[in-house]
Design a protein around this ligand. Structure first.
Ligand code: ZN
Ligand code: ZN
Length: 403
């Protein structure tokens, strides 16, 4: 009996110890990722370690996606996976991760980046590597676009991270800046549920389309317009709807509780735009896609718009400089949207448009002082930091009098 009790205490101790080890390890990893630019000069193994980690994670999830196709498969990515070069690509990604990890271990006194990349890479190899065969699985009906998340993150990151480096607004801001983990989580959630989001987004349009037959001639007329004309009409129509939707979320206190999450970002970069309450995302896409899906635009216009809006909103939030004093009056630029996120008084309730600043001019909310940028970003209220608390924020928030 005595031994049993002692054993229980011992295993609890080991458990606690393991827990402390794991959290200590993650702290180390995060600290190394977030290390300031001065201490990660070229040649000290930080970049090798970072890219080793990136490639090993990407490779790991690609192997998982190949092994358990039913869990992860995003239908749109099937074509990619069936492409004959796909496995070679996965192989290349894993090889690159091994060699970079070794390079980082050689160059860098801190080993945490290189070791992590190596362990994840070996994990991918143990799962079968690039030649992995699909496991026989029962379809659980679970849909997680984890593969889509990885592809999306790589594509968007490889597009914007160098762009921000070359044309920065704030040169001192790092890729792993304050609260990057929170924003990455938002990015993960919104891309993982892309299928569910798309379904919800389309629901109102589907209902309208099913109940209106008299528009057929009109829709056919729209589909006959030149491609570019259709695209521009979509941009203008959706931005008009978006403008009023956005303004409403700033003015109605309960709705502001949702939108405050988006404005709680204190640093602006391509990832910061992902920070948005899930309910707001769904409603926003429902509203802005109404004209798109009900007025008869051709499918290629719709696809182009959906891809475009994604890149566009990353660009608007990006840490990219350039004043664009003239262009900024007609076409939304990063500085135009950065003013929307400004912490100072003059930045409150301005620049609601996403594509066309002249919509703000039309309704008297335009603000683009020549050559100036906001000093700080955020809002003068305390938004909780954890994801779940942010989801609950519209209901837990205590409205202030001054708003
Ligand atoms: Zn806003
Ligand atoms: Zn924004």
């Amino acid at each position: 009996m005595g031994r049993n009790c002692g054993g229980g205490g011992m295993s609890r101790k080991i458990e606690k110890r393991a827990e402390a080890e794991v959290s200590g390890y993650f702290r180390k990893l995060m600290r190394d990722l977030e290390s300031p630019r001065e201490v990660r000069r070229f040649g000290n193994g930080w970049f090798a370690g970072f890219f080793a980690l990136l490639f090993s994670i990407a490779g790991f999830f690609l192997v998982i996606a190949l092994r358990f196709p039913e869990w992860f498969a995003t239908p749109e990515l099937e074509i990619v996976k069936e492409w004959s070069g796909f496995r070679t690509l996965v192989h290349g990604v894993l090889l690159a991760s091994y060699s970079l990890a070794l390079l980082s271990l050689l160059l860098r006194p801190r080993k945490v980046l290189g070791v992590s990349a190596l362990v994840i890479g070996i994990g991918a190899a143990l799962l079968g590597g690039a030649n992995v065969q699909p496991e026989e699985t029962n379809s659980w009906g679970i849909f997680f676009g984890l593969d889509f998340f990885i592809v999306n993150l790589l594509v968007t990151g490889l597009m914007f991270a160098p762009f921000e480096r070359l044309f920065p607004h704030r040169r001192e801001q790092r890729l792993f800046r304050n609260e990057w983990r929170e924003d990455l989580f938002y990015f993960l959630v919104s891309t993982m549920f892309v299928q569910i989001l798309t379904f919800l987004t389309l629901a109102p349009s589907t209902i309208i389309n099913a109940n209106t037959n008299s528009w057929e001639a009109f829709r056919a007329g729209v589909a006959d317009l030149p491609w570019l004309v259709q695209f521009v009409i979509v941009l203008v129509a959706s931005d008009f709807l978006q403008y009023w939707y956005h303004r409403l979320f700033h003015q109605v206190p309960f709705l502001w509780g949702f939108h405050a999450i988006h404005h709680s970002a204190k640093s602006m970069d391509w990832l910061a735009g992902s920070r948005m309450h899930l309910i707001e995302v769904v409603l926003l896409r429902m509203v802005t896609s109404l004209p798109l899906f009900t007025l008869g635009f051709s499918p290629s216009v719709m696809q182009a718009y959906l891809g475009f809006i994604y890149v566009w909103s990353s660009l608007l939030h990006a840490n990219v400089g350039g004043d664009f004093d003239r262009l900024g009056h007609w076409l939304a630029t990063p500085r135009f949207h950065h003013w929307h996120h400004g912490l100072e008084q003059e930045a409150f309730d301005v620049n609601f448009a996403i594509h066309f600043p002249w919509i703000d001019k039309l309704f008297g909310t335009f603000h683009l002082p020549k050559g100036r940028w906001p000093k700080d970003y955020g809002i003068p209220e305390d938004v909780p930091r954890s994801y779940l608390k942010q989801m609950a924020y519209p209901w837990t928030r205590k409205p202030k009098d001054q708003e």
